[in-house]
Design a protein around this ligand. Structure first.
Ligand code: GLA
Length: 387
């Protein structure tokens, strides 16, 4: 009897101890969850009465990224400079209304087809499709109501790293594209100050797809334009374009041209070189560079360094190309967060993607997605500082 009491007591003590240590563990988890907890607030109301939300992702370093389910837009992104000062580095607006009078795709998810399709036409499986011509005579960034202008379903995913899962069903025939396309985009803020974007999709009919994100970065924290930022692109070739910014089909070597960013190069060095026909056509840089890579492995595509703040951004992607766009169409008419005027070349975009106009250029890697296939790509924007 005595022995039984002793055993009961001993087991009890061991049990209590294990509970205490579990509690400590769970407290630690709770702490990291507090850091990674996603805050949801109302961002605004759409003209049809639907409410758009804004989600704040935060990591243990104090980095904060705000994303709306309207267009999947990254509205704010605060990143430290070399002295540890956090500043916003993406163009955008404080409230939803700024995004409703079509701004130039600030921070948004772009699709069904990011970039241009010549004359908005393509043929797939013997059938002709006509899309909206919303950029001169060409189709741009998914058409009149692309994925940047729709409300996505959002599901915050809290854990070791905070993530936001966005889903959207793009119906058969939407903006003229064939096939019901089920899309998922997961934004994850990593502990190394990277934002990982995982895109996936399936379709019930053959379609074309090219998803990307259209964030406009100003690494100085809005203090100046991007001209003295230093860019490196891991690309020996780029795609020259015609006057409508449609690739001519040539894969041109960058060597000896102002398109050579194989080594760190100041943007201002070549951006105004109007003797270069391609600079003239683009009004600066607005071209796709073909990445040096073997297949669709995740590899370094681009690096941008802003020396005054020390902020550096690396772009890694599984995609075969990157559109480097220097905000040539910004004209100072838009006033964004903190009453800052978005003047020409106030920001740059690095849009990971397949080649523009691929549906019409059979020599380019295919952008066709068939039923029973899964579209899956990843792009990472990684922020750090260089002292
Ligand atoms: C892309 C295009 C540019 C321009 C911007 C949006 O980057 O390549 O030509 O249309 O989007 O203004």
């Amino acid at each position: 009897m005595k022995l039984k009491t002793f055993i009961t007591l001993a087991v009890g003590i061991v049990f209590l101890q294990s509970c205490t240590s579990k509690k400590t563990e769970s407290n630690q988890t709770t702490d990291s969850l507090t850091v990674n907890k996603i805050k949801k607030t109302v961002f605004g109301t759409l003209p049809d009465g639907r409410v758009a939300d804004q989600y704040t992702l935060k990591n243990a370093n104090g980095m904060e990224i705000k994303i709306s389910n309207y267009g999947g837009v990254i509205t704010h992104w605060t990143a430290p400079d070399k002295d540890g000062k956090f500043e916003d580095i993406v163009l955008g607006f404080d409230s939803l209304s700024g995004y409703l009078t079509p701004p130039p795709y600030f921070g948004a998810i772009i699709g069904r087809y990011g970039n241009r399709i010549a004359k908005g036409k393509f043929t797939l499986d013997g059938k002709n499709y006509q899309l909206a011509k919303n950029n001169g005579e060409n189709h741009l960034h998914g058409g009149l109501v692309g994925y940047d202008k729709v409300l996505w379903n959002a599901e915050p995913m809290e854990g070791e790293e905070s993530a936001l899962k966005l889903t959207y069903l793009s119906k058969d025939g939407e903006e003229g594209y064939p096939g019901n396309l089920n899309i998922t985009v997961v934004y994850t803020l990593l502990r190394d100050n990277s934002l990982k974007m995982d895109y996936s999709a399936t379709t019930d009919k053959a379609t074309v797809i090219n998803l990307t994100n259209h964030s406009y970065f100003n690494l100085s924290g809005f203090k100046k334009d991007i001209l003295d930022e230093e860019v490196t692109l891991n690309a020996d070739r780029y795609l020259p374009v015609d006057k409508g910014l449609i690739p001519t089909g040539e894969l041109r070597l960058v060597t000896g041209t102002v398109f050579d960013f194989t080594k760190p190069t100041l943007i201002e060095k070549g951006i105004n070189e109007v003797k270069d026909e391609q600079i003239k056509l683009g009004g600066g840089y607005d071209h796709a560079w073909i990445l040096n890579k073997k297949g669709n492995e995740l590899s370094l595509a681009a690096t941008v360094l802003e020396k005054t703040s020390g902020r550096k951004m690396e772009v890694l992607t599984t995609e075969p190309a990157i559109q480097f766009y220097t905000g040539n169409f910004l004209d100072g008419k838009l006033t964004g967060k903190g009453d800052v005027k978005y003047v020409k070349r106030f920001a740059l975009c690095l849009e990971s993607e397949h080649y523009p106009d691929s549906p019409n250029q059979s020599a380019f890697p295919t952008v066709v997605l068939k039923p029973n296939e899964k579209y899956s790509t990843t792009t990472i924007y990684k922020l750090s500082v260089e002292k």
